[in-house]
Design a protein around this ligand. Structure first.
Ligand code: PGA
Length: 296
């Protein structure tokens, strides 16, 4: 960059001379010869048309104008270096890929979050790896993915957890069931109905079991089903009721089932983006983490 206000290099030299208090030390710091530092300083003074420095014995002193120029030059250089860092980061981001380990229920909202991220960084390649809570814990153990999404992250000091949105569980029944449309259904009535439950290892099941234990109630479990989608279809077919994350019903997912209002059925947790603290975060990973932090 050049112009009537001096070049970035000249400003860099000026700041170095000010900080070091000597032309010799500034030259050493910048790997330049002493005469070229002096020449650049003189050129800068000529260009600006004001006196910036003056000799005092063997020392170099700065005029008031010189100090003012140093202050501005320092800001200019900070901005310039910052720009360099951002461009490097952006280049890194645009070339990267990200692997996510998702508990099955996270598949209902993570794609929308990733979609927003991709609007900003369209060339990132994502990979979604799905499993129930237990299977995703195993993936963490093997250090496979960049990030993991849970509502019940395992307790481990090695893991960082970033809270995101709420995960509320809701009761569902087939359309046409006698509970549908009622203002409320008692917990006791609900517990007698045949219940479709997620498999052992599922985070949803864990939430339900913890709730039942805390209330001293027992559900009438009729079937164990390993997927939210299969649960919905089994509910639709009239084989029982179930409790699922409200995300399972979002984005058009409530077709064929209805939410019922069960008194005191109050089960909610939160989603977390989880990563191993020991895994170095790539530029892409850092940007993605920032976007996850905004989803709360
Ligand atoms: P799940 O996970 O798909 O294993 O039930 C959901 C959760 O962690 O809440």
């Amino acid at each position: 960059m050049s112009g009537s206000w001096g070049t970035l290099r000249q400003f860099q030299i000026l700041v170095a001379v000010y900080d070091e208090g000597s032309v010799t030390r500034a030259a050493e710091k910048l790997f330049l010869s002493q005469p070229s530092v002096t020449m650049q300083l003189n050129k800068l003074q000529d260009t600006l048309g004001i006196v910036l420095t003056y000799p005092q014995g063997r020392q170099i002193k700065f005029t008031e104008a010189g100090k003012m120029v140093v202050e501005h030059a320092r800001r200019l250089l900070t901005d310039y270096y910052d720009l360099g860092r951002r461009v490097t980061l952006l280049k890194g981001i645009e070339q990267g890929g990200l692997s996510l380990g998702l508990v099955t229920t996270a598949k209902y909202f993570i794609p929308y979050m990733v979609g927003e991220f991709l609007q900003q960084y369209p060339s990132i390649e994502f990979q979604f790896n799905l499993g129930n809570r237990q299977q995703i814990i195993e993936r963490i153990g093997e250090d496979i993915d960049d990030f993991y999404v849970f509502s019940h992250p395992p307790k481990d000091k090695e893991l960082a957890t970033v809270p995101m949105l709420k995960n509320r569980l809701v009761a569902i029944a087939p359309i046409g069931h006698r509970f549908v449309g009622r203002d409320s259904v008692s917990l006791a009535e609900f517990c007698q109905e045949p219940m479709l439950m997620r498999e052992a290892g599922s985070g949803t099941r864990l939430s339900i079991e913890q709730f039942c234990q805390s209330r001293g109630i027992e559900l009438n479990v009729r079937m164990t089903i390993e997927s939210n989608e299969a649960i919905k279809h089994t509910v639709m077919s009239g084989l029982g009721l179930s409790i699922v994350s409200e995300h399972v019903l979002s984005h058009g997912g409530s077709q064929g089932v209805a939410q019922i209002n069960v008194e005191g059925l109050d089960i909610s947790s939160r989603w977390y983006m989880v990563y191993r603290q020991s895994r170095p975060l790539s530029a892409v990973a850092q940007a993605f983490l920032q976007s996850a932090q905004a989803v709360s």
